[in-house]
Design a protein around this ligand. Structure first.
Ligand code: GLP
Length: 248
């Protein structure tokens, strides 16, 4: 088999398997630096991390949790900001010290400087031990949309139209105020010591095939992961459908 790939039989098992991977890293290295992602896929994973903690507590006093990306132009109090989601899904329920919760800002006068500061802080803490990734239906990771160079470092990029429209509506942001996304770049993600790529539902099946078993191209940002030396992939049975033929 080309990848270290596991298939979960149910949604509940999918969340649980992904969460176990993250918790294992924390158990092995209590001061690990762990990058999480937000979205429909990862919300359930974070909940499972909290469930595991209640069943068999693990030390979270030294772990660093950071977000892969953030919506810009909104308040961190907005329930759709990545800050808010990770805070409520994971940081508060696990009681992670706030000084160990790192997020890119939602507003900045100097994105270049703030992105550099964020990455410098990750390096100061020893670099990324594990980066957890979801995948967009178009192959995006974080806010690295198709066409983003593989050499890209942390930057303010663009978001998908549908996501922008939803956030605009939910936050009453007028059309003349810019909404965008700030994200670790592909080059930053590829420097993580381990990557966990999580995908569930049928909607992710075809892009998982493109990303992992077809041409490595900047048109499919997640295809860069084929070159990562320590990639772990967890899918549910639906997301597995289109890749099954490659996994024999
Ligand atoms: C969003 C986020 C990504 C996330 C991806 C998948 O745009 N910026 O970090 O991994 O899209 O989201 P979902 O799991 O909701 O499909």
């Amino acid at each position: 088999m080309k990848y270290n790939l596991s298939i979960a039989k149910t949604t509940e098992k999918f969340y649980r398997m992904c969460a176990e991977e993250i918790v294992d890293v924390i158990r092995q290295k209590p001061n690990a630096v762990i990058g999480l992602s937000t979205g429909r896929t990862t919300g359930g994973i974070h909940k499972a991390m909290v469930d595991i903690y209640h069943e068999k507590p693990y030390d979270v006093s030294q772990v660093t949790i950071f977000g892969l990306d953030e919506v810009t132009g909104v308040s961190t109090d907005y329930f759709g900001s990545c800050y808010y989601m990770l805070l409520h899904e994971c940081v508060l329920p696990l009681n992670i010290p706030m000084e160990n919760y790192l997020m890119l800002p939602t507003h900045s006068d100097n994105w270049e400087e703030d992105c550099k500061k964020f990455c410098d802080e990750l390096s100061r803490r020893g670099g990324i031990d594990l980066q957890v990734l979801g995948i967009g239906e178009n192959g995006h990771i974080g806010f690295n949309q198709p066409g983003t160079p593989f050499t890209q470092r942390c930057f303010k990029g663009s978001m998908h139209d549908y996501l922008e429209q939803r956030i605009r509506k939910e936050t009453n942001t007028p059309d003349d105020v810019e909404l965008a996304g700030v994200t670790l770049g592909i080059a930053d993600v590829m420097e993580a010591k381990r990557i966990l790529l999580c995908a569930n539902t049928k909607s992710k099946s075809e892009i998982m095939k493109k990303a992992l078993f077809e041409e490595i191209t900047e048109d499919v940002p997640a295809s860069c992961l084929q070159r990562h030396p320590n990639l772990r992939v967890i899918v549910d049975e639906e997301a597995y459908t289109d890749i099954a033929e490659f996994v024999k």
